[in-house]
Design a protein around this ligand. Structure first.
Ligand code: NAD
Length: 243
């Protein structure tokens, strides 16, 4: 695990799932972590954890993001983890679902990057990690139209930033998990009306025979935070789903 001592990591959607596991992993690696989320109650469970400061933040708000970044000061690592999964095909997808997926999964990342990148450019140093998924430009997954469209844009965003700013020593990478155990995944299984059946079907599509633990994805985020020579890449962590 890289030593992130002295690094300041700003992370969105840190109250649960991959974001929470990552906040804890960054802190264990020695970083000073600003863990943000819209869900104050859940986020407060991180209060008192060494190396972690929590802050309520709605990444859909320009003003709130600008204020949070200004108050934080130096940010060495930005981890854009916030995201939402809609179910449905392109014919079932409402304009509202697509707009929301684009707002939370893409525009929110653009918003935080625009807020943080200028200071990284001044220092000629910074790492940005964007949460995508294999259900993006990597792989078509049934019933995930809005999600796949929006997360493919995250891959494009990542490539675009690398093309423009690698010469300024900004490293930007996308993480593409397969299926990861998280509260929202459980909500999706419940929503099918057959929790155990849905769980079984999700596990069956993973060649490795199980769903990922959030901590496994968090380890990749910590690696990317400390990595100095990888940029513009999609880092797939999917238990062999796309192998
Ligand atoms: P999750 O979906 O269970 O939690 C999402 C978090 O986002 C919640 O804490 C919620 O409060 C927060 N959030 C929602 N709207 C917000 C807003 N406007 N501002 C700030 N925070 C907000 O967590 P997860 O399943 O670990 O997903 C985290 C990320 O990983 C998402 O981008 C998701 O698309 C991606 N991902 C998840 C999986 C998976 O199988 N779980 C797979 C691939 C990618």
């Amino acid at each position: 695990m890289p030593d992130l001592t002295g690094k300041i990591v700003f992370i969105t959607a840190a109250a649960q799932g991959i974001g929470e596991a990552s906040a804890r992993a960054f802190a264990r690696a020695g970083a000073e972590v600003i863990a943000t989320d819209i869900n104050q109650d859940k986020l407060s469970e991180l209060d008192g954890t060494r190396g972690i400061t929590t802050r309520v933040l709605d990444v859909l708000s320009d003003a709130a993001v600008a204020e949070a970044v200004a108050e934080t000061g130096r940010i060495d690592v930005l981890f854009n983890c916030a995201g939402v999964v809609h179910s449905g095909t392109v014919l079932e997808m409402s304009d509202r679902d697509l707009d929301y997926a684009l707002d939370l999964n893409v525009r929110a990342q653009v918003r935080t990057i625009k807020a943080v990148l200028p200071q990284m450019l001044e220092r000629k140093d910074g790492a940005i990690i964007n949460m995508a998924t294999v259900a993006s430009s990597i792989k078509g997954v049934p019933n995930r139209a809005a999600y796949t469209i929006s997360k493919a844009a995250v891959v494009g965003l990542t490539k675009s930033i690398a093309a423009d700013y690698t010469t300024s020593n900004i490293r930007v990478n996308a993480i593409c998990p397969g299926t990861v155990e998280s509260p929202s995944l459980h909500d999706r299984w419940h929503a099918t009306g057959d929790f155990e059946g849905a769980k079984k079907a999700f596990i069956a599509r993973q060649p490795i025979g199980r769903i990922a633990r959030p901590e496994e994805v968090a380890d990749l985020a910590v690696y990317l935070a400390g990595a100095t020579y990888t940029t513009g890449q999609v880092h797939i962590i999917d238990g062999g789903w796309t192998a």
